[in-house]
Design a protein around this ligand. Sequence first.
Ligand code: ADP
Ligand code: MG
Length: 345
Amino acid sequence: MSILTLQNVNKKYDKAHEFAINNVSFDVKEGEILALVGESGSGKTTLLRLIAGLEHPDSGLISLSGQVIVEGKRSVPAHERQVGMVFQDYALFPHLDILDNIKFGLKGSKQEVDQKARETLKLVGLKEDFTKYPHQLSGGQQQRVALARAIAPNPKILLMDEPFSNLDAMLKDQIREEIRQIIKKAGITAIFVTHDTKDALSTADRIAILHKGFLQQIDIPKVLYEVPVNPYVANFFGKRNEIMAIPTEEGYHTSFGFITDPEAKKHKGKIKLIFRPEHGEVVQRDGQQLSGKLVKTSYFGSHQMVKLADDEGKRVTIRTNPGRSFDGMDRACFYLWKYDVEEAF
Ligand code: ADP
Ligand code: MG
């Protein structure tokens, strides 16, 4: 069941030349975590603000929980939409302590509000003294307070703008996973914006990718990564290598050597083989399918990236395990266990 629906939503800011959001349509299912990705200026924040009611679209329809909240000039005001929002800078009230930050948006008797605020702070894993002020907390703790404040009033959907961008790398992996678990445990539907593909791939149930205000693709992480609908999406999710190839009955001739593949005979003329660094593997012995001049190795702790060149200097990058040594080698062999074929014109 979808809880949020956008149909042909367009938004152009006053005095802007181009639309910030172009004819965007998609659904979010109940309980789902959707990541909204795209480079800076692609319209991610605008899309969240349109859903939250902080901006009004030029045209299109938005419905939430079966209720139309935007259609033409009509719209339900932001404060009546029951949308929870976590802003990039958390936007906590600096003059209120943690507990009062959460209580701020809650309705009910004094006792109910107090109980709900305490429950929610526990839910997000805050064991701090609730009389502390935001500036006395770490970035991770402030984020939990912001999350608690957004979810305490039981919103129909939670929107988070770049929730992980202010956290340092060490904390980020841990907090990202914890936040995912909190949201899942509470059964909340959420959309979070990120420009980090790692955040999106590891945390979201589905990912929507925007480019210049156009929705490029929306699907589960594996499909976006493995079956991108266009080169923009493919390249957004990491480096891809492209090499030219000539198909024969038995395989492909390339400038790095011959690849045996009976599927090759289905193709004619020049084609491109496209593969990600992790779709290849470097092998020690010669006599393997492909080889190249060793140009550079870069060590990343969890893996190494190896750049290899053909006789003309065309390079490919292959990912390999961090323990492999290339000392004294000027060439290396590799094979590809996966590649896509694209017609080259
Ligand atoms: P993102 O969050 O993906 O970085 P935004 O939604 O902030 O993208 O911006 C999308 C486009 O709309 C950009 O071209 C940006 O310059 C423009 N834009 C954003 N906010 C405003 C505004 N208040 N007034 C005019 N243009 C804006
Ligand atoms: Mg933004």
